[in-house]
Design a protein around this ligand. Structure first.
Ligand code: ASP
Length: 343
């Protein structure tokens, strides 16, 4: 390895960035990583040392699961001392979920982990992949006073650097595919690469990286809509596989006041199911008790999701359940920002 230049580990999981068109079926499918790197000779001009590793079978991120997250977290743990930063190439479809999950799994992270991908394959003439990849590597290489500038899990896409667990995929078509509606962007790339240092996550003290790979996926998501069927809500809330649920409520955390609905929620809580109130609005925060339609939720003890995204709420639940947090302290811990995921 060259001395002094940052060492970056590039981890290829799959996604459009490395896909090619299958001539027989016409579908986009993942191809091998060596070809991906061949398509970007610019990588060799960057002022850093890049090593790469790839999933044995690169995937479309719709196939992402807990096993892949554990693999990624363990890979970073194994190589943590040897590398200055990590760039994860990932499909955009579930990138916000993965970035959120990894943010919880990597406690005391003090190095950059940058998720990126693209809307068009790297071989496409109009591809957005090159800029995304090259700038992500530059972000992961940034150092100041002998320390990495970015010390958290973030997501870089279309000239913008975001805190990963604040993002959500907004567009299946635009190059600007992500947004972070409740937290300022961490950086922008124009003529200059600008990092908004005041918004970066500061890891607490100099604690050793702790990697948590026990996640519990007995969690659910219920998006409310007018006319929702009681039987369906019942079957979800009474499922024996349900330990925690994100309730995507309306506006500032409001929900129907029908007795059947409130009784089902109350019964679930008394059986020990953790219920988190998250707004289904892309931006803004839950304010329980502001309207009468959220007062009963507050009274029965729903967890206040504040301005967390559903992606971060679900993965935070998986992480807290997997860590064996007691039911007594669950609400308090969930309502605390652990990695800058809520305000
Ligand atoms: N379906 C692709 C994926 O998430 C889309 C993308 O990469 O942007 O893997």
């Amino acid at each position: 390895m060259k001395n002094k230049v940052p060492n970056i580990l590039l981890i290829y999981t799959g996604g459009t960035i490395g896909m090619v068109q299958d001539y027989e079926s016409g579908h986009l499918k993942a191809f091998d990583f060596e070809k991906l790197v061949e398509n970007i000779p610019e990588l060799y001009q960057l002022d850093c040392e890049i090593h790469s590793v790839s999933f044995d079978r690169p995937i479309d991120s719709s196939d992402m699961n807990l096993g892949h997250w554990k693999f990624l977290a363990s890979l970073i743990e194994r190589h943590y001392d040897r590398f200055d930063g990590f760039v994860i190439l990932h499909g955009s479809d579930t990138m916000s979920y993965s970035a959120s999950a990894l943010s919880f799994m990597l406690e005391n992270l003090a190095k950059p982990v940058v998720f990126t991908g693209s809307q068009l394959p790297i071989g496409d003439l109009r591809t957005d992949a090159k800029e995304n990849l090259i700038t992500s590597i530059q972000v992961a290489s940034l150092r100041k006073g002998g320390h990495p500038v970015v010390q958290e899990v973030c997501l870089y896409f279309e000239n913008t650097l975001y805190r990963g667990n604040r993002t959500t995929k907004m567009s299946a078509e635009q190059f600007q595919a992500f947004d972070s509606p409740n937290f300022p962007v961490l950086g922008t790339s124009g003529v200059h690469l600008r990092i908004m240092e005041e918004y970066l996550w500061k890891p607490p003290g100099r604690k050793k990286l702790q990697v948590h790979t026990d996640l519990d996926n007995r969690v659910g998501l219920l998006k409310l809509f007018p006319g929702i069927h009681p039987g369906w809500v019942r079957s979800l809330l009474e499922s024996p596989e349900l330990k925690a649920l994100v309730l995507e409520s309306y506006g500032a955390g409001n929900a129907p006041t029908d007795t059947w609905f409130l009784t089902l929620l109350k019964d679930a809580i008394s059986r020990g199911v953790q219920l988190v109130n998250v707004t289904q609005c892309p931006g803004g925060s839950v304010l329980m008790g502001k309207y009468k339609t959220s007062a009963s939720l507050d009274e029965m003890g729903l967890i206040d999701g504040k301005d967390i995204t559903s992606e971060a709420a679900l993965t935070k639940l998986m992480y807290l359940l997997g860590s064996g947090v007691s039911s007594k302290s669950f609400k308090t811990i969930f309502e605390t920002s652990l990695r800058g995921e809520m305000t």
